[in-house]
Design a protein around this ligand. Structure first.
Ligand SMILES: [Zn+2]
Length: 258
């Protein structure tokens, strides 16, 4: 029974039964209100992608508060990448871009701003319109892209092979925009080849399909592929209004021009 039907149903009940039922519905409403208050954010946030103002929704298991825009579904990292793009204006009208595991928000932003926009995904899913590519061995030509966009993928694959592919496919001076979950308190990446089951990966890496947890040495791993590295991190002046995460970093890996 939906909530409105439950309240309307009171009208046809005998008086005593109505009183008991009403008390139950009021208690249930109070519990739901308390649950909502403890899981939903309570600040007035803004989404820089869709312009929504208001309370943000929880996301993930366990839930992160203030994570999802209830209007467009953007998460913290999507909003941070959008801010990076708006502030740094990284794309030019002549650029060729390859986007792995494309997020709709970023696709919508990039497509009208560049000359060529291509997508690829590891998943074998007939609902996806882009080609299925192995990010560790794409078979795409050398030196053709100005940008590679790759968010929350490297923790699922052999990152050294994927980064080598990025380097090979980028033009000299080309850049890769990379985000991954990083434990900044951990100096070395946690990567144990004996952890192979879904249960063990969930226990050790927090997700059943992750194969490592990156530490601060993610920077060394990116540089080891030949890249120069810069970073874009959120400051509190953006974290608070846009409900970003303090510990999210966007890595910009540049293939040297010479
Ligand atoms: Zn939004």
């Amino acid at each position: 029974m939906n909530p409105i039907s439950a309240w309307l149903g009171l009208l046809v009940l005998p008086r005593e039964e109505r009183r008991i039922r009403l008390r139950f519905l009021l208690r249930r409403a109070a519990v739901l209100r308390r649950m909502r208050q403890s899981t939903w954010g309570n600040g007035d946030r803004q989404c820089p992608i869709c312009g929504y103002h208001g309370i943000f929704a929880p996301h993930g298991r366990p839930a992160r508060l203030d994570a999802a825009c209830p209007s467009c579904g953007s998460l913290e990292r999507h909003r941070q990448i959008h801010l990076y793009c708006e502030r740094m204006k990284p794309f030019s009208a002549t650029d060729a871009v390859l986007h792995f595991a494309p997020e709709k928000h970023l696709t919508d932003y990039v497509t009208p701003r560049v000359a060529r926009y291509e997508t690829a995904d590891l998943r074998d899913d007939s609902r996806l319109t882009h080609p299925r590519l192995n990010i560790e061995d794409t078979r795409l030509p050398d030196g053709v892209y100005d940008w590679i966009l790759c968010n929350h993928v490297l923790e699922h694959v052999n990152d050294a092979k994927a980064l080598a592919e990025f380097y090979r496919m980028l033009k000299p001076g080309g850049r890769a925009l990379i985000t991954v979950p990083v434990a900044e308190g951990m100096p070395k990446t946690y990567d144990d080849p004996t952890i192979v089951t879904k249960e063990a990966r969930l226990l050790h890496y927090k997700q059943v399909d992750h194969v490592r947890f990156f530490g601060r040495d993610i920077r060394d791993r990116i540089r080891a592929a030949g890249f120069e590295l810069s970073e874009f991190s959120a400051e509190w002046v953006d974290v608070v209004p846009f409900a970003l995460a303090y510990n999210n970093t966007i890595f910009i890996a540049t293939k040297p021009a010479a």
